[in-house]
Design a protein around this ligand. Structure first.
Ligand SMILES: Nc1ncnc2c1ncn2[C@@H]1O[C@H](COP(=O)(O)OP(=O)(O)OP(=O)(O)O)[C@@H](O)[C@H]1O
Ligand SMILES: [Mg+2]
Length: 146
C-alpha cells in the first residue's frame, strides 16, 4: 500500500495531491475522504474535479447526498454522507454499485464513516485523511489501499 503525507499551506496546494492522484485513477475508483468539519474535504473535491477536467463549479452536496458531474468519458460523483449520521441502517444504502463497472466513474465520498456498511463493498479504496495543522495549515494523508 502506498502512503503519502502532504502539508497544505493554502488551498492552491491541494493541486499537489490531485496531480499525483489523477494519473493513477483507473476505470472505477472510490476515494474516501475523512476529517473533521471544515477541514477542507469539499475543497479537495473541487480540486479533483478541476484536475479531471470538469469546468462546472463543485459545491458541497450536503443537501443532495450525491452530485454528478459528467464529461464525455467520465462521471464524477461527489458524495457527502454527513446527513446520514443519524439515519437508520437501511436508509444508509447509497446504491453506488448500480453505477460501478458500467462506465468510467470516479467517486469522492465525504464522511464515509456514516455509510460504512454501504461502502465496504468498494474496499480496497483510496483513503484520504485530512486534519488541521498549525494556523491555516492542513495535513493530508493519502493511503492507496488498492
Ligand atoms: N487547504 C485549505 N487551507 C486553508 N483553508 C481551507 C483549506 N481547505 C478549505 N479551507 C477553508 O475551510 C472552509 C471549509 O472547507 P470545506 O467546505 O472544504 O470543508 P469540509 O471538510 O468539506 O467541511 P464539511 O465537513 O462541513 O463538509 C472553506 O470555506 C475554506 O475557506
Ligand atoms: Mg464538505
Amino acid at each position: 500500500m502506498k502512503k503519502k503525507e502532504y502539508l497544505i499551506k493554502k488551498v492552491e496546494d491541494l493541486s499537489n495531491i490531485t496531480k499525483d492522484l489523477v494519473p493513477t485513477l483507473k476505470k472505477n475508483e472510490v476515494i474516501l475522504v475523512s476529517g473533521p468539519l471544515g477541514v477542507g474535504k469539499t475543497y479537495l473535491a473541487k480540486e479533483l474535479g478541476k484536475a479531471l477536467g470538469i469546468s462546472q463549479i463543485i459545491n458541497s452536496p450536503t443537501f443532495n447526498l450525491v452530485k454528478l458531474y459528467q464529461l464525455d468519458d467520465l462521471n464524477f460523483y461527489h458524495v457527502d454522507c454527513y446527513r446520514l449520521e443519524e439515519a437508520s441502517e437501511e436508509s444508509k444504502n447509497l446504491n453506488l454499485d448500480e453505477f460501478i463497472g458500467k462506465e468510467n466513474n470516479v467517486f469522492l465520498v465525504e464522511w464515509p464513516e456514516f455509510a460504512q456498511s454501504s461502502l465496504k463493498k468498494f474496499s480496497p479504496a483510496i483513503k484520504i485523511e485530512m486534519s488541521f495543522g498549525d494556523g491555516k495549515e492542513r495535513k493530508v494523508l493519502v493511503k492507496d489501499e488498492r
